[in-house]
Structures are given as structure tokens and as C-alpha cells.
Design a protein around this ligand. Structure first.
Ligand SMILES: O=C(O)c1cccc(C(=O)CC[C@H]2O[C@@H](n3cnc4c(=O)[nH]cnc43)[C@H](O)[C@@H]2O)c1
Length: 251
């Protein structure tokens, strides 16, 4: 099984590959992108000895940049480069830190997306926000395979719920309330998942989104961010991921 993991920044990519043994192999792809290729150990996660059992997959981690457009460009480039090489990824994962909606997703928790929803793709009208789908075109959400989401939740302890993608970090209680009114199952907010999911859908590859919560969604408070804690939780999640994937064959 071959997995593409797309993060926004190198610190997130390195937190993902830190769950695996050894130094990642670096592979250049067009557009100046660089894949960090690792081979996670078998179920149970991290392993560094010569006797380590080979894991159920090969993982390519890519730091594509912040925001849905950068994420879509990076993911689509990696997927296309693979396709031109006669290869195909089995799964694409959007991963990184994110904001958590209270009280469901506290700082330090892990969320797996049942739904990856574009929070601001549509039109503002006098009667409120109208999603792009209600305007008669486009897509505003992707649903990862249910069975895979359940397996990941069981293996990692992740909370299943909607993960929103926006181009702007929420900075007020009023905006957080508005988002929750439109997406009652929202647990997390980030800036890349929907872009990664669009690229995966274009290539017919299943998608997942995993977010570790670094800050609450709401009034801006930089002092409240717990980025180190969230990155450590991301490494722990990817150490547990082989258990979820080894229980199933290709999604
Ligand atoms: O300046 C601020 O107040 C602020 C608050 C939270 C996050 C940021 C970022 O610039 C982080 C963007 C980066 O991290 C992900 N992320 C983390 N927390 C959130 C969030 O609450 N809402 C949206 N995105 C978040 C995001 O995916 C980006 O990759 C700034």
C-alpha cells in the first residue's frame, strides 16, 4: 500500500515521518516539491532495529504549503507525477495541526474527518451564506471511506467528526458559532483538507484527514496555541496508523 500524506509546513511533515524508523529518502517532484519517503514499521508503530518488521505501507510525506490552493497544487502534482511514472497511490491523507471546536475537540486531541467540508466556498447573500452546491455548481464536501475512518478512530483514539477547511483562521466567537450552526458535526478547522481532497478525488484515490488540535476555534489568542503538543500528538497518531491499515486491504 502506498500512501501520500500532505501537510502544510515542514514541521508537520517531520512530525509524521518521526513515527517511522530511519531517515526519509528524499524524492524531487516537478514544481519544486519534495517527497519524504519512509516505510513505517508493522502495527505497533515506531521501530528502529534491524529486525523491525516491515510495515503495511510506504509513506510519502509532502509539505505543500498553507491553505487549500497550495495543498491542492502539491497533492495534485504528487499524484500526477506518480501517474506519469505508471504508479498510483492507494490513499491520500491531509494531516497537520488544527483548531478544535469546544467542547468536542480539546487542545491535544486528535480528530479524523468523517466529512471534509469547505467552510467558505460559496456566496454571501442578504439571507446568509449560500454554499457553492446550492448555487448549482461545484462540490463543497468530501466523505472519506466510512470503514477506514472507523478503523483509524479505533486504532488511534481519534474523534470522528466534520473537519472544516477555510482560507481564514477563525478569530471570533461569533464566527465559530456561525460555522457550528452550518456544520453541527464540526470538530476541527484547518486550511488544507478540502484542497487535498479535491486533488485526491480528481485522481480517484480515497482521502482521509487527520488533525491534532493546537488551539481552540474562537477568539484569537496566540498565547493559547500548543503547537509542540499538537505535533507530538501527530507523531503518536502516525505511529498507531499501521494498526488501522493492516486490518484492511486496499481501501
Ligand atoms: O494568527 C492567529 O491567530 C492564528 C491562529 C491559529 C492558527 C494560525 C495559523 O496561521 C496556523 C495555520 C496553519 O495551521 C493550521 N491551523 C491551526 N489552527 C488552526 C485554526 O484554528 N484554524 C485554521 N487553521 C488552523 C492550518 O491548517 C494552517 O496550516 C494563526
Amino acid at each position: 500500500m502506498h500512501i501520500l500524506v500532505v501537510t502544510a509546513v515542514p514541521a508537520e511533515r517531520d512530525a509524521v515521518t518521526a513515527a517511522t524508523a530511519g531517515r526519509p529518502e528524499r524524492i524531487s517532484v516537478p514544481g519544486g516539491f519534495e517527497l519524504h519517503r519512509t516505510r513505517p514499521a508493522a502495527a505497533g508503530g515506531m521501530s528502529d532495529g534491524p529486525d523491525a518488521a516491515e510495515g503495511p505501507y510506504v509513506l510519502d510525506a509532502l509539505a505543500a504549503g498553507v491553505g487549500p490552493a497550495a495543498a491542492a497544487a502539491g497533492a495534485a502534482t504528487a499524484l500526477t507525477a506518480a501517474a506519469l511514472g505508471g504508479h498510483r497511490y492507494d490513499l491520500v491523507v491531509s494531516a497537520g495541526i488544527g483548531g478544535g471546536f469546544a467542547p468536542g475537540a480539546p487542545v491535544g486531541s486528535l480528530v479524523v474527518a468523517e466529512e471534509i467540508a469547505a467552510a467558505d466556498l460559496g456566496a454571501e447573500t442578504p439571507d446568509g451564506f449560500v454554499p457553492v452546491t446550492a448555487l448549482g455548481f461545484g462540490t463543497d464536501a468530501h466523505r472519506p471511506p466510512e470503514e477506514l475512518v472507523a478503523a483509524v478512530a479505533a486504532a488511534t483514539g481519534a474523534l470522528p467528526g466534520t473537519v472544516l477547511t477555510g482560507s481564514t483562521v477563525t478569530g471570533s466567537a461569533a464566527r465559530a458559532k456561525e460555522l457550528l450552526a452550518r456544520h453541527p458535526r464540526a470538530l476541527a478547522e484547518a486550511m488544507e483538507g478540502f484542497g487535498v481532497a479535491e486533488a485526491a478525488a480528481a485522481h480517484g484515490v480515497p482521502v482521509l484527514e487527520l488533525r491534532t488540535i493546537s488551539n481552540p476555534v474562537g477568539p484569537r489568542d496566540r498565547a493559547a496555541w500548543r503547537i509542540g503538543e499538537a505535533l507530538a500528538a501527530l507523531t503518536a497518531a502516525f505511529a498507531d496508523l499501521p494498526r488501522a491499515l493492516s486490518s484492511r486491504s486496499t481501501p
